[in-house]
Design a protein around this ligand. Sequence first.
Ligand code: MG
Length: 241
Amino acid sequence: MSLGYTDTPFIHDQVWRVHDAERPQPRIITPGDASTKAAVSPPSDAVVLFDGSNMDEWESIKDSSASPWELTSDKAMRVVPKTGNIRTKRQFGDVQLHVEWAAPTEIKGEGQGRGNSGVFLMGRYEIQVLDSYDNPSYADGLATAVYGQYPPLVNACCKPGEWHIYDIIWTAPRFSCGQLVAPATVTVLHNGVVTHNHRILQGPTEHRDTTRYDPHPETGPIMLQDHGDLVQFRNIWVRDI
Ligand code: MG
């Protein structure tokens, strides 16, 4: 199976196509024991979006009804395939976001079809969730990739079933009079390892295509993706910055 594509447009200002099959894979490293630790408790000024007790902060993107995902007995929530993405009821701009997730222990599928989900800032900008442990795929679609734009600096995945930690520092794009004034930037730590250092986004993230910014409100929801895989999330909190 090819890792990626050879017929997609070139990414703006890059020598690579979107999901380029030839784009080098990031170096694989073993994260420290961050991923094997218990859930990291939120700081006192955080907005807790999920602590395992309920999904009250979340809603279906289809009709804003209650989150259709499943609460598990070990204080996680799990994607229920085909129920669709969920998003926060609250809206956020610039944030520090902490998310923990785990891929299914039972390995099913390959490439983008294994343990795929996503964390979307402002409902538009995806930091990829993918079981990228011993699972090659196109570089700009691996775990913590800015999907379709930038691969992670390294592949810091832990094993299926273990808990990944994403710490995301997000600066929202700025618009004025219908024009982009400043693009969004993101810094990401994956299991305690920097995988993006102040990355400048080119626009919303897209499958197989390049993008440009369209003006949107100053805040938006945090969204989690139903990509059909039984990915679990726990301990989600956010701080406005
Ligand atoms: Mg995804």
